[in-house]
Design a protein around this ligand. Structure first.
Ligand code: ZN
Length: 257
């Protein structure tokens, strides 16, 4: 199995160096994961990278605009199906894929592992001991989480499953999967206790919590941090530890229960 990175030219606050498009090849057949936004030069680079093999499918980890929108057009050009777990803005799967289902290429299978949390529709694709993680696990930066309980469960689902390499949707390849996953879990639990501590000290709104807990983070990232804080608070609310309205926003009031 050969794995090639084609880095999309869309660097930024939310995308790091850009979106990682992965071309996995085995015995003259390939699958392409996350072709990214529609950028002609990037599509040409993907096609060039995949040109030595016969492409079998275009796979999508989730429907965010930096991952999915190029999938349908590229798949159509190549005469192969675009495959993902759900439709979303700019993406309409030709084939829906569920947990445990696979896409065959060159004697291997890219197996879907559902990992809701970053988004409800997030999946990873496993090929042997390698996992293509989309935004569930990122190289070198923290993930914005929509659904915290699901997210933690999706991390635990991957731990100790014999993974050797993680190929994230952004940033460098990770060759310490279990340690990285354990680090993600402890980071989230630490954030959770920081959030509870902030509320206990009188931070009475989502915004106040963000400003206290994410003091060391560039304020330009605070709106992103607020999404993760909101996800933590919804989890803590379900667990009966805090009171907060559903789908909390920056102004939402928070108190300990
Ligand atoms: Zn994303």
């Amino acid at each position: 199995m050969n794995v090639d990175l084609v880095l999309a030219p869309n660097p930024g606050l939310f995308t790091g160096p850009g979106t990682n498009t992965w071309v996995i090849t085995s015995r003259g057949e390939s699958v392409i994961i996350d072709p990214g936004p529609v950028i002609e030069s990037h599509l040409a680079a993907i096609r060039a990278t995949a040109s030595s093999a016969e492409v079998r499918a275009v796979l999508v980890t989730h429907t965010h605009p930096d991952h999915a929108p190029a999938a349908n057009g590229l798949a159509e050009d190549l005469g192969v199906p675009a495959i993902g777990s759900a439709a979303g803005p700019g993406f309409r799967p030709d084939r829906l894929i569920a947990d445990g289902e696979g896409v065959g290429f060159g004697g291997l299978e890219a197996v879907c592992v559902t990992t809701p949390g970053h988004t409800p529709d997030s999946v990873c694709f496993r090929v042997r001991d390698a996992l293509f993680t989309g935004d569930h696990i990122m190289g070198g930066s923290t993930v914005v989480v929509e659904e915290m309980s699901d997210y933690l469960e999706s991390l635990r689902k991957l731990h100790s499953t014999g993974l050797e390499t993680l190929y994230p949707g952004h940033g460098p390849v990770i060759d310490t999967p279990d340690a990285t996953i354990a680090g993600y879990l402890s980071h989230r639990l630490e954030r959770e206790s920081q959030i509870l501590g902030a509320v206990g000290r009188g931070a009475g709104s989502v915004g106040a919590i963000v400003i206290e807990v994410y003091r060391d983070v560039d304020p330009v990232l605070h709106p992103m941090a607020a999404m993760s804080v909101a996800a933590h608070l919804e989890k803590l609310s379900i667990e009966g530890l805090v009171e907060v309205e559903a789908e909390p926003t920056w102004e939402s009031e928070v108190r300990l229960r």
